[in-house]
Design a protein around this ligand. Structure first.
Ligand SMILES: [Zn+2]
Length: 310
């Protein structure tokens, strides 16, 4: 009898301590924080920093355009059940406005990566009379380091017991980002300064251009929701001829139709223009493309750009 009582008592203690742990860390059944992330870049970032302590559900897959992506009813439910939500903001996920508002009302903790970036490091874009912030913040590696710290801080708030692990992961990851920065800088040295033009399907690479001294030109603006007009194609074709640009790049998350029209327009002006390959702009690639993480994606882009411009 005594033995049974002891056993019961022991079970009770184990049960109590398990409960205590759960309310303290606000984590899911398996002890992990269930994070729902919108883009592939953000999913990767939260996984890098959260490590074993997070289970991240990504809504958008490789090659998906976040400007136009609309969440399904099932995905809206998934967001509603998350411990935390991670998204870019700055109107990148333009079809998610209502969903984000609802989850804010429900008090679901969020990580808005755009909020992580110091105001001076955000690029303002004039669109008609309005000024908006360019949402493609991940193409500045320095920005992504700020985002890394931001995610570590927010995960630590959610799960204070693992604050140290998040901090350690962030430090290690920022070191990898520094190595990436060095790789990009060194490879760009291979391109003569007067040839540093990056012409792509839409304006996703301004942060890259500013950080690494490249002139970037997108056929469409900072979002893909409005179609490129024939006037846009014609004036960009003139620019390409004037600057004697020989290579342009398509994007994995944007239809190549407009770029085909651009190449035709340049060819009809008597200049040869080649499609120098596919860049990952608003989504990572997959494992087969060796671009399934932010760092691999960026390295792949740089290799494609250097090869294409040489
Ligand atoms: Zn974009």
């Amino acid at each position: 009898m005594k033995k049974i009582m002891g056993l019961l008592l022991l079970t009770g203690i184990v049960f109590l301590s398990a409960c205590g742990q759960q309310t303290e860390s606000a984590a899911g059944d398996d002890g992990k924080i269930n994070v729902v992330a919108t883009t592939t870049m953000i999913k990767d970032l939260v996984e890098q920093v959260g490590g074993e302590q997070v289970a991240v559900t990504g809504l958008m897959g490789p090659g998906v355009d976040p400007h136009t992506y609309k969440p399904s009813a099932t995905e809206v439910n998934t967001i509603g059940e998350a411990d935390m939500i991670a998204y870019n903001g700055l109107h990148l996920e333009a079809q998610f406005t209502d969903v984000f508002e609802q989850s804010a009302q429900r008090g679901i903790p969020t990580m808005v990566i755009g909020d992580a970036i110091a105001e001076d490091d955000l690029i303002q874009v004039e669109e008609g009379a309005d000024s908006t912030v360019d949402p493609h913040i991940w193409f500045s590696v320095e920005n992504w380091k700020q985002a890394t710290d931001y995610v570590a801080d927010h995960l630590a708030e959610q799960d204070p017991k693992h604050a140290e692990a998040f901090e350690d992961n962030a430090v290690a990851y920022k070191q990898e980002l520094d190595e990436l920065q060095t790789y990009i800088t060194e490879r760009i040295e291979e391109i003569p300064e007067q040839s540093r033009y990056l012409v792509t399907a839409h304006d996703a690479f301004s942060y890259f251009g500013e950080a690494f001294d490249f002139e970037v030109v997108g056929l469409q603006g900072i979002n893909t929701q409005t179609e490129a007009g024939t006037g846009d194609i014609s004036s960009l074709a003139d620019f390409i001829v004037e600057k004697a640009i020989r290579s342009v790049f398509v994007e994995s998350s944007v239809s190549s139709r407009n770029m085909d029209a651009l190449m035709e327009a340049v060819n009809s002006r008597g200049q040869e223009l080649q499609n120098a390959g596919e860049l990952f702009s608003d989504a990572l690639g997959d494992e087969a493309q060796n671009a399934e993480t932010y760092i691999k994606m960026y390295r792949s882009n740089i290799d494609t750009i250097i090869e294409g411009l040489n």
